[in-house]
Design a protein around this ligand. Structure first.
Ligand SMILES: Cc1ncc(COP(=O)(O)O)c(C=O)c1O
Length: 400
């Protein structure tokens, strides 16, 4: 038998054979079967919040440049103009910024440069489940740490560390947590950095929602950008569009070298064209990014309030609802234990609305995520959100 005649599956690596099938994302959706369905499934930005016209102008400018540098190879770290803009915004030297193909790619690079096979990684509980999928490549073990209204529970983490548990890394979403919406206060960020430095683990701070803050200025100080023990992961996905596949890492200098070494054996660099268009967009008209964010924040803040208000009207007292202070999700909790959360999701689907069940998100025991609904409001207009709440209300009444 020659290699060519072997069935394809016999040529799979053990690495690929050990991977589980992706669950929960990319499945067939209700809208495929029912055109009036309302899907509150993913953290997707609204097209109206994305600066399409300005990006088109940037693309035209970039493609008119003599010699067409945007269609050529470029550096593994990212093109200088983009790295410089990011470095200024993050308040770090350019040498610590590496451009990536989005947040998930940044997480994969963080994992692959930090975690040995089989090592322990402390993770949010509940957790953004794609991170666990990324960890499968390292066959890592996980240590769930509770996340609440103030983000990661540092007391729980500290008690593990005191008792001798030694994770190689810790994964958390520090701002407008996905799914549970909490944010880690400044004092706790400092404390987490102190713990990482003392106990020798690396923090993967995954921050895609940071810029979608509904009120007030961003905190002045960001401890995650000033430690040898933190990889700060970010992306343009939620602000300029997931289809760009563009993000960045802020890393300690030594780790930046490791990431470049790894990537120069993989994809070489992110798309020069996409990097060039975004760099032109960010620098041609100073302030355009912040104006884009202002529009997005106002839109999402209104949608969050609309959905929370409509849910309270349509199902009075049924949910405990914290109106989020940023991000793209509502995370209401069912107060009444006699309401079955799985049946509610099925009934809501029958009524024509789909959302992500909270039971999709735990990384271990000790969370009440299964009693929650994750309702994504980013790409659904206010009147459709009100209709979605009415449908959820009808689904709730099927059980009362
Ligand atoms: C917490 C979190 N991390 C990472 C990502 C992935 O971002 P990207 O699309 O840039 O890979 C998302 C997207 O939903 C997210 O919610």
């Amino acid at each position: 038998m020659t290699l060519d005649t072997l069935p394809a599956t016999d040529r799979r690596t053990a690495l690929v054979a050990a991977l589980t099938a992706p669950k929960g994302f990319g499945d067939q959706t209700l809208r495929d079967r029912r055109p009036d369905a309302i899907e509150l499934l993913g953290g997707i930005p609204d097209p109206a919040a994305l600066p399409a016209a300005a990006l088109a102008e940037s693309a035209a400018r970039v493609l008119a440049e003599p010699g067409l540098p945007a269609l050529q190879y470029s550096r593994t770290e990212g093109i200088p103009a983009l790295r410089e803009w990011i470095a200024r915004r993050e308040g770090v030297p350019v040498s610590r910024v590496i451009v990536t193909n989005g947040g998930f790619h940044g997480l994969a690079l963080a994992i692959q440069t930090t975690v040995e096979r089989g090592e322990l990684v402390a993770v949010d509980n509940p957790i953004f489940p794609l991170f666990l999928r990324g960890l499968e490549l390292s066959d890592a073990r996980t240590l769930p740490v509770r996340v609440g209204r103030d983000g990661l529970d540092l007391d729980e983490l500290e008690s593990h560390l005191h008792s001798g548990v030694r994770p190689a890394a810790l994964y958390t979403v520090p701002d407008f947590h996905n799914p549970s919406q909490g944010s880690l206060p400044l004092e706790k960020r400092r404390e987490l950095v102190r713990l990482a430095e003392h106990y020798g683990f690396v923090v993967f701070a995954d921050n895609p929602y940071r810029e979608l803050r509904f009120e007030g200025p961003a905190p002045h100080e960001e401890p995650f950008n000033h430690s040898e023990r933190v990889i700060h992961v970010n992306t343009f996905t939620k602000t300029l569009g997931p289809g760009l596949r563009l993000g960045w890492l802020v890393l300690p200098e030594g780790r930046a070298r490791d990431v470049v070494a790894l990537r120069s054996r993989q994809d070489s660099h992110s798309s020069t064209l996409v990097e060039s268009v975004i760099a032109d967009f960010l620098t041609h008209d100073d302030g355009v990014f912040d104006r884009t964010l202002e529009g997005a924040r106002a839109l999402y803040a209104e949608r969050a309030r609309t959905l929370a208000g409509a849910l309270e009207r349509e199902a009075p007292g049924v949910f405990e609802i914290d109106v989020p202070l940023g991000g793209l999700f509502l995370w209401p909790r069912l107060r009444d234990d006699s309401i079955d959360a799985d049946r509610l999701a099925d009934d809501a689907s029958a009524e024509g609305v789909e959302y992500q069940r909270g039971s999709f998100f735990p990384s271990g025991p000790g969370t009440d995520a299964a009693r929650h609904l994750r309702l994504a409001f980013g790409d659904t207009p206010a009147e459709r959100l009100a209709e979605a709440a009415a449908r959820i209300g009808r689904a709730v009444r099927r059980q009362l």
